[in-house]
Ligand binder design. Sequence first.
Ligand SMILES: Cc1ncc(COP(=O)(O)O)c(C=O)c1O
Length: 391
Amino acid sequence: MSQFQAIDVNEYYDQATFERIKAFAQDKPTPFVVIDTKIIAKQYDDMVHNFPYASIYYAVKANPAKEVLTLLRDRGANFDIASIYELDMVSDIGVTPDRVSYGNTIKKRKDVRAFYERGVRMYASDSEADLRMIAEEAPGSRVYVRILTEGTHTADWPLSRKFGCQNEMAFELLVLAKTLGLEPYGISFHVGSQQRDIGAWDSAIAKVKSIFERLREEHGIELKMINLGGGFPANYLDKTNELGTYAEQITHFLKEDFGDQLPQIILEPGRSLLSNAGVLVSEVVLISKKSQTALERWVFTDVGKFSGLIETMDEAIKFPIYTERQGELDRCVIAGPTCDSADIMYEHYSYGLPLDLAIGDRMYWLTAGAYTTTYSAVCFNGFPPLKDYYL
Ligand SMILES: Cc1ncc(COP(=O)(O)O)c(C=O)c1O
C-alpha cells in the first residue's frame, strides 16, 4: 500500500462548489486562482458567530481584491491596513476611516500624516521613534502597542521577532503615549499565522493582563482594547482544530484573566477568512527524473514560489493538491517554472502524486485563497502575476 494519502476534495469543499469552480476554470489558461466569495461570507459569518463580542478587522494583505473588500465592507467588517496603498483600496470602495486601523509598526512619516488627514485615528506601534512620530503627525490618536509573544514556532507561518516589543517596553511606551498627548488605547499581538497551539493565546493574554494592571495601578491609565491578531486556522494538508475550538478556548482564557467585563476585543483574521475560498489551478509542464534509476520524479508546474506560492518557503504551508488521475501515489519533488533554483515547493516533505500524472494535466491547489495573489511577483522571468477570478 502507498504511504501517501489521496486528496479527498470533500474534506475541503462541498462537491457542488468544487464542480462549479472546476467548470468555471475549464477553458481558462493556467495558472490562476478562483475564489468563491460565498465561502468568504461563510467564513466571516462563522467568525462573528464564534466571537460575538469581538470587532473584526480584516487583514487586507491576505487578499485585497475589490470583490473581497466590498463583500466584507457590506458585512460590517473593519480593516487592518498595512500601507497607504491598502488605505487607498478600502477608501476607494467607501470604507470610512473609523473602520480602519493602521496596523503596521513600520511606517513613514508622510504616510502617517496622510492617514491622519484622511481621518484615521487608530495606530499600532512598538518603538519610541515611531510613537513620537505618531504623536507629531496624528495628534490625539488612539495607539495600541504590539508585544512579542512566545510559541510562534508552533505556527506554520511564524511572525518571529520582527514586530512587537518586550512587555516592559510596551508598558513604557503606553505611559509615554499619554505624556505625548496620545490616547493609550490597548495592546496587540500576533501568535503567528496558522497557529496550531491554541495555548499561544493563553500566555499572550496573561502578558496583556499584567500590563493592563500595572498601567492602572502605577499610572492610572485604563486601557480599553486587546487586539488578538490573526493566527486562526485554514484547512491545509496537516489538520488543526476547528475555529469553534479556538473560540471556545480563547474566550475561556480572556474570561479567566479579565472576568465578564471584557475590554474591546479586536481580531485581525486574514488566512482563516480567505484560504478556504480559493483554488489555484496550474498545469504540469514537465515530469522528469535525475537519472534512469532515480526513485523520485520531479514534477514541474506553471505556478511556483514567485507566482503565488511563496508560503511554501521552508515547506511551511502544505497545500493539498488534487489531480484527476487515479493512479497509485508515488513520491515526487514539486517545483515551479522559473530559472531560480529556490523555486521548489516541496522537496523534503514527502509528497505523493499519481504515477500516471502526465504533462498537460491540471493540478488543483486547494485552500489557496489567501496570500497567493498578493505574494505573486510582477514579472520574474517574464511570467505575469497570478491571475484571479471571483465567483
Ligand atoms: C498585524 C497583522 N494582523 C493580522 C494578520 C493576519 O494574520 P492571519 O493571516 O494569520 O489571519 C497579519 C499577518 O501577517 C498581521 O501581520
